[in-house]
Design a binder for this molecule. Structure first.
Ligand code: NOS
Ligand code: ZN
Length: 382
């Protein structure tokens, strides 16, 4: 463990800090109790456990397999129980509420509309139900004295062939709650270049997209996502470290691709716990985020799948704080990076940084200052 700086934030301070989340899957963030309720309503009998705590533990363990393919199998259950407008509305509302309770002030939450059509919904109805759920969750959060804005990202599955259709859907809803597009699913054997028509369409429409790349698969996947597809951000992108060498003397050399990613300020949607579960990284202390932060890459901290990883944004920051000795200034740096990289308009991002994030962190940092003064004067013996 790194040495603890004097201003190491407490778990409670981390939770109260205004945070920004760019990479979170709606179908990876259901409350275990909600999965149980919805399965009962839908007559879905294939859940491995029906008691919420045990089901939550099952998801975490099943996802802890060391392989992205096995990790992704657990989504069969969450998708099976979210095939109606009511179910989608509920999980979206609960998502916004849960994120707000964790201190998230701005989130982009993604899901694949094509995975919610088995109960007879159309793509438009799926998007409408989720958007309404997010608005309801924002409203409920407000009633509880919390403020959050949630934008949706529409994901196309990389093994399927509906990406252009989903990109068009995202574009149609760009003024009604959908802020961008993504592709996800198993990386190996499914290069993003198979979906070039979707990306080219979005570029022609001046729209935004991120691509899951450089999670299980290395540099070629990141290179394709950026240089062939034109991604605005990288979903994970953690394997960019394969293009960075740190010599015995500590001297750092960036390859051409890593230099491009840093120079162009390409946002990396890093998801530490998820990487540990899929076997991309061995431990928090070994997570490349430590190096990437030191080298000033545009790194951000994300949950990926709160249910499968049993995590929250605050918990990700707690683990990183333990591993790297991060201070509130580091957490603010990641948060401002994330807000700068969001897909909403520039003036709104700036207002969020200046009027919400910076004042929130200043408040927390001033608390630390006063508590230190009190300790110092009482220990001096008067
Ligand atoms: O870390 C990930 N890498 C790649 N695909 C993922 C990851 N997490 C979730 N999904 C996939 O994205 C779909 C839509 O939300 C999920 O159903 C899951 O299959
Ligand atoms: Zn993901």
């Amino acid at each position: 463990m790194a040495t603890k700086p004097l201003n190491t934030p407490t778990a409670e301070q981390i939770r109260r800090a205004p945070k920004v989340l760019l990479h979170d899957h709606l179908d990876g963030g259901l409350r275990p109790g909600t999965v149980v309720d919805l399965a009962r309503d839908a007559g879905y009998e294939a859940l491995p456990e029906t008691e919420p705590d045990r089901l939550g533990a099952w998801f975490r363990e099943a996802a802890d397999s060391g392989s992205l393919e096995r990790y992704l199998e657990t989504f069969a259950h969450t998708c099976a129980v979210t095939q109606t407008a009511d179910a989608l509305f509920r999980v979206a509302a609960e998502c916004a509420e849960d994120l707000a309770a964790d201190g998230v002030v701005y989130a982009e939450v993604r899901y694949a509309p094509e995975q919610h059509l088995e109960g007879g919904l159309g793509l438009e109805e799926v998007v409408a139900a989720v958007n309404e759920g997010f608005r309801e969750g924002e409203r409920l959060a407000r009633e509880n004295g919390r403020r959050i804005r949630v934008g949706a990202l529409l994901t196309a599955m990389r093994h399927a062939a509906r990406s252009l259709e989903i990109a068009e859907l995202a574009n149609r809803h760009r003024d009604t709650g959908v802020v961008g597009f993504d592709i996800a699913g198993a990386e190996a054997g499914h290069p993003p270049t198979r979906h070039l028509d979707a990306f080219e369409y979005l570029k022609r429409e001046n729209n935004h997209f991120t691509i899951h790349a450089g999670e299980a698969f290395g540099l070629p996947s990141i290179w394709q996502a950026l240089q062939w597809c034109g991604a605005d951000r990288l979903g994970h992108g953690v394997r960019i470290v394969d293009d960075i060498t740190v010599g015995a003397d500590g001297e750092v050399t960036l390859g051409r691709l890593a230099a491009y990613v840093r120079d162009r300020r390409v946002p990396l949607e890093l998801c530490p716990t998820s990487n540990l579960q899929t076997g991309a990284v061995g431990s928090y202390a070994d997570h490349p985020i430590g190096l990437l932060r030191r080298l000033h890459f545009r790194a951000t901290v994300n949950t990926d799948n709160r249910l499968m990883s049993g995590t929250s944004v605050s918990q990700e920051f707690e683990r990183l704080t333990e591993a790297f000795g991060y201070s509130l200034d580091d957490i603010q740096w990641f948060t401002v990076n994330a807000m700068k990289s969001a897909f909403i308009p520039f003036d709104e991002r700036l207002a969020m940084i200046n009027d919400v994030i910076k004042p929130g962190f200043s408040e927390l940092k001033s608390e630390w200052l006063f508590s230190q003064t009190a300790v110092a004067s009482s220990s001096s013996g008067g």
